[in-house]
Write a protein that binds this ligand. Structure first.
Ligand code: FAD
Length: 467
């Protein structure tokens, strides 16, 4: 692991400036967007740069909403990483505020009024015997087909689900949950993104999880991290002493890639040598003057969903010990309900509990936002987590657009077209929406680092050529 960059930037007593001066000649890089990718790009750049942000505060999707003593995130943000560099960086940045714990993630089955542990496929215990049997028979049939070479390579996410888990698990959870979160049929999605996203336990693990109550198994829970104080915004805040001061409330409104000039909402114009953009790909393409029509078309075809975050406080302590809970049945308003007070007690005033429900919507599935809080309360009463006489204190309902990019069948083709064209114009697009990938916070941080390294290499090459 290259911890040198971490040491280099974090150990020096750097005061945030209006801009960071170049250590290598007069090259200026402009970073658009002070979310985690933009902040990480700044942290890893070795030449001068300016960081512009349209909002009043840095942090992007990793900001928190502070209201009436509660801290709610823009959709609960739990941290974890398998990347040693990202892990080390996050631990060093959060320092004393870093806190790790085992996860309590559950699935609610309204039709049988049962809670099972996440992931469903590894924790069938507790479901009616007929469902457990159907799921296990399905997995065994899927394995048989694979071993006998009956299965062809899946053409879409739905085929991948059937081939990996069989009919029972597909029918009872994977397909309904997928439709709920992605707002489109899994037939219309690819499965390149699966990676660590969809746990694929072995037959052994599936059988063990069906026969034993895994909630009792010590060490089974995976660990996640969450800051003790300040909600998830503690993470972007922790970058601020180490990067150039973001120029906030500066929305990029137009980009001339030929003149290398960006225009901002205050009417000002700034030149750049290299541009690192963390804006969503469709946004950056719209801002660019005269982008070619094939690039504009590729950007228009990108698919995404939005998430309505329904946040509220409850006037009762510890309504549950769970961290979050999945709902896959269509009668429930959202697909996931989280309890920030269990991520960190400091997110919630004493004597109260806090709830965030995420509800997915898109151009493919419209959302009725009326009585959102009341609908989530009703759903939680059905589960027994809230009581009919519980009262709600603070409320905050907020839509996030885009929230998750959708891996439609043209995702790879379209993102490649756009990103390659941008790079030819000295524009490096990075981050969750800049790469248009299903990126968590650690991925976005690493994406910003890659963008900085791309610029660093070009600056070094230019300097060598000039000397
Ligand atoms: C609902 C939801 C839940 C999530 N849960 C988790 C989780 O549990 N764990 C996890 O690790 N990750 C989670 N993530 C992902 C995580 O939030 C992202 O990976 C990360 O915050 C993205 O950072 P970014 O800098 O790439 O993008 P962003 O955070 O989107 O940053 C882009 C920045 O650009 C700014 N900007 C936009 N347009 C302009 C403009 N024209 N001019 C100037 N500035 C502009 C924006 O204001 C923003 O600050 C979740 C995301 C969502 C939406």
């Amino acid at each position: 692991m290259d911890t040198q960059a971490i040491n280099l930037k974090l150990d020096t007593d750097m005061t945030p400036n209006d801009s960071v001066e170049s250590q290598h000649g007069n090259t200026r890089t402009m970073i658009l967007g002070a979310g985690l990718a933009g902040l990480s790009a700044g942290l890893h750049l070795t030449s001068g740069y300016d960081l512009y942000e349209k909002e009043a505060r840095a942090g992007g999707c990793a900001k928190s909403i502070y209201t009436e003593g509660f801290a709610f995130d823009h959709g609960p943000h739990i941290l974890y990483s398998v990347d040693p560099y990202a892990t080390q960086l996050i631990k060093r940045l959060l320092n004393d505020n870093f806190h790790a714990q085992g996860r309590e993630a559950w699935i609610y089955h309204a039709s049988t009024d049962v809670f099972t542990k996440f992931p469903f496929q590894a924790n069938l215990h507790g479901l009616p015997v007929s469902i457990v049997k159907e799921c296990i028979m399905g997995v065994m049939e899927a394995i048989r087909k694979k071993e006998q070479g009956d299965a062809q390579a899946p053409k879409n996410y739905e085929e991948w689900i059937y081939q990996t888990f069989g009919e029972g698990i597909a029918k009872h959870l994977m397909i309904p949950y997928s439709e709920k979160i992605w707002t489109i049929s899994p037939k219309l999605m690819n499965y390149e993104w699966i990676g660590r996203r969809v746990p694929t336990p072995s037959l052994d693990q599936i059988l063990e999880g069906a026969l034993k109550d895994s909630s009792q198994l010590v060490g089974f829970n995976n660990e996640f991290w969450y800051p003790l104080d300040d909600g998830i915004e503690a993470l972007p805040k922790s970058f601020l002493p180490h990067v150039a001061k973001p120029k906030t409330q500066m929305r990029a409104t137009r980009i001339s890639h030929k003149k290398k000039v960006v225009e901002f909402s205050d009417g000002s114009r700034q030149n750049y040598d290299f541009l690192i953009s963390t804006l969503a790909l469709p946004t950056v393409v719209k801002l660019i003057e005269d982008a070619p029509s094939y690039v504009v078309q590729a950007a228009d075809e990108l698919e995404y969903n939005s998430i309505l975050c329904v946040n509220f406080g409850v006037n009762r302590e510890k309504i549950t010990n769970q961290h979050w809970l999945y709902f896959y049945e269509p009668d429930f308003y959202g697909h996931r309900v989280s309890f920030p007070m269990n991520l960190s007690p400091n997110t919630t005033p004493k004597g109260k509990s806090s709830v965030t429900c995420e509800v997915a919507y898109s151009k493919h599935r419209k959302l009725n936002r009326e009585n959102a809080v009341e609908r989530v309360v009703e759903d939680l009463i059905k589960t027994g987590i809230m009581n009919p006489d519980d009262t709600v204190c603070a409320e905050n309902v907020k839509g996030i657009t885009p929230a998750y990019i959708i891996y439609d069948l043209n995702h790879k083709k379209n993102t490649t077209i756009i990103r390659e064209w941008l790079q030819e114009q000295d524009i490096y697009s990075c981050g969750r929406f800049g790469e248009w990938e299903y990126y968590n916070m650690d991925h976005s941080i690493m994406s910003g680092k890659r963008a900085a390294e791309w610029v660093n290499a070009r600056v070094a090459a230019n300097n060598e050529w000039a000397s």
